[in-house]
Ligand binder design. Structure first.
Ligand code: SAM
Length: 278
């Protein structure tokens, strides 16, 4: 008998994937967690019924949450990830030669442990790398306790439900501003322009109240709702458009290029309107 994993992405849209097997299911202290093997996208981490990452398309998300920020900063040494317990963002961060320390603050230790076990190609940098510090803590608390510390902060969160609700708030963004050094910048994943229009408008409004430069950009991620995903960068000093691509080093990527760094910020008209709040 065929088995299918179906995620109800909105009340009227579902994604269905043919499943080879269910590898693991549990209720952690924070969320329902499943590891599933799908035919089209390989192994997948699902939290509270929402796909977080798949072996086939994870490179898009992890490269695009990381490299625009790290190239725009130009000399990132101390980088923080909030969430991101699968480890893909940390794997990308440590490709940058300037990085001396990459800290992961994930609230749910089970996401880290099970990603190491079932998604080793994604979690590869979470063990045995002297630059990487893995902490099981609430990201909100960590931000409240950090001042003038980080060059770059990446908010690799779940959707704004459960423990992640506060990761989209104005107070949290204020805390991030204070946790960043004077030329620091942040990027947050900001969901689908088709299905989360209000979220993109609200996050842009909140970040514009705090940071001088705010830039939403896009990438195509087939397993995420609508397949079109947004990220929003907020920066104290550096701007993506000012990056001098000639002077930069190259790293090994599958989606990100220095042209993509520019192209991803060229927004379709309806996304420009969401960003402006029109
Ligand atoms: N790539 C993903 C996406 O957009 O669907 C995000 C993946 S990552 C696994 C998200 C992680 O954020 C989860 O493991 C979750 O436990 C973590 N998280 C949620 N709220 C958090 C908080 N307050 N502090 C730290 N981590 C949090």
């Amino acid at each position: 008998m065929e088995m299918w994993y179906t995620e109800k992405q909105t009340p009227s849209v579902s994604l269905s994937l043919k499943t080879a097997k269910t590898l693991h299911v549990e209720q952690t202290d924070f969320q329902h967690l499943a590891m599933i093997e799908t035919e089209a996208f390989g192994r997948m981490l699902v939290l509270d019924g929402m796909v977080q990452t798949s072996v086939m398309d994870e490179f898009v998300y992890h490269e695009m949450i990381t490299h625009p920020a790290l190239y725009t900063h130009q000399n990132p040494k101390n980088v923080l990830v909030i969430g991101g317990g699968d480890g893909g963002t940390i794997r990308e961060i440590i490709k940058h030669p300037s990085v001396e320390k990459a800290t992961l603050v994930e609230i749910d230790g089970r996401v880290i442990e099970l990603s190491k076990q079932y998604l080793p190609e994604i979690a590869v940098a979470l063990t045995g790398n002297p630059k990487v510090d893995v902490r099981v803590e609430d990201g909100i608390k960590h931000i409240q306790e950090s001042k003038d510390t980080y060059d770059v902060i990446l908010v690799d969160s779940t959707e704004p439900v459960g423990p992640a609700v506060g990761l989209f708030s104005q107070d949290f963004y204020k805390g991030i501003f204070e946790a960043l050094k004077e030329d620091g910048l942040m990027v947050a994943q900001t969901e689908s322009p088709f299905f989360n229009a209000d979220l993109i408008t609200n996050v842009n409004k909140r970040l514009n109240n705090i940071f001088p430069h705010v830039q939403t950009y896009l990438a195509s991620i087939p397993t995420y709702p609508s397949g079109l995903w947004s990220f929003t960068m907020a920066s104290k000093k550096y701007k993506t458009e000012d990056v001098n691509t000639e002077s930069l080093y190259n790293i090994d990527t599958k989606y990100f290029t220095l042209d993509i760094l520019k192209a991803a910020t060229r927004l379709p008209k309806f996304v420009q309107d969401l960003v402006k709040g029109d």
